[in-house]
Design a protein around this ligand. Structure first.
Ligand SMILES: O=C(O)CCC(=O)C(=O)O
Length: 258
């Protein structure tokens, strides 16, 4: 499943762009065979038994391989300036609209990841990989450039029917052992609207790296024929404390494994 070419090395300009804009699109993280092998695996009913929610990278070798991939974790290491540790992995498939439907799979309201994954010091970052061709029509990723420069923004419970909506309790634990629960919900940040967004077109196998404070999300799939498929890994730099107990035990990346 591994790419034969040398792992991607970012230029100083690309790293500067990540810090200036809060995100960076990087082409060809995965080759066609790698994407196909992952999608074939996902379609196999036996893969179901390997799923462990946000921690499927611990139980499913295909998920593990993507999370440790030299072009994914390796680029994260270059951006973080240290060893990345995997916090969570997600596969997000949005189906096209059916013949009698106005919209296909729902989007995710505009948010900052540190709202969901408080961590200290805040080193959290994401790599979002397009596993199909993605664009504004089929519910591709949207980011608000420069939105990472301020603190965490005020939020409300999202109300746009194009976005999934949920509320859930999460356990938290601080480094001194104190424990509590917090109600998290499908956040919508206050003060950023559709006009502030770059609606990205990201071809299959390419990806977007973004900071924990970069406002991002997506809208529903409005295509009638094209699924929007994406795999995301969230990393922190080694030594970072993650407060949520369900993902507190992070996995240091093995960059040799690939
Ligand atoms: O793919 C999407 O629609 C949003 C992804 C996202 O919020 C994330 O990867 O943190």
């Amino acid at each position: 499943m591994q790419a034969e070419s040398l792992p991607i090395q970012l230029t100083n300009e690309q790293i500067g762009q990540f810090h200036a804009e809060g995100y960076l699109v990087v082409a060809d993280l995965l080759n066609t065979d790698e994407v196909k092998a992952f999608l074939r695996h996902q379609a196999d009913p036996e893969a179901e038994s390997l799923r462990q929610g946000l921690r499927t990278h611990l139980s499913d070798p295909y998920w593990r391989e993507l999370a440790h991939h030299p072009n994914v974790a390796g680029v994260a290491a270059q951006i973080l300036g240290g060893r990345p540790c995997i916090v969570q992995t997600m596969y997000m498939a949005k189906e096209p609209a059916g013949p009698d439907e106005e919209l296909g799979g729902a989007g995710i309201s505009l948010h900052q990841d540190s709202h969901y994954l408080p961590n200290e010091p805040d080193t959290l970052m994401a790599c979002w990989i397009a596993m199909s061709d993605t664009d504004p029509e089929n519910g591709g990723l949207c980011v608000a450039p420069g939105s990472h420069k301020d603190d965490l923004r005020e939020t409300t419970l999202n109300t746009n029917p194009e976005h999934t909506s949920w509320v859930s309790e999460y356990g938290m634990r601080s480094p001194d052992g104190r424990e509590w629960t917090e109600e998290l919900y499908s956040f919508d940040v206050v003060g950023i609207g559709e006009e502030d967004l770059d609606r990205l077109t990201v071809p299959c196998g390419s990806g977007v790296f973004f900071t924990s404070r970069t406002v991002h999300g997506s809208y529903a799939n409005r295509s009638r024929t094209r699924a929007r498929l994406a795999f995301a890994v969230h990393y922190v730099k080694e030594g970072t404390w993650v407060f949520r107990t369900d993902v507190q035990d992070t996995t240091p990346v093995d960059l040799q494994q690939g």
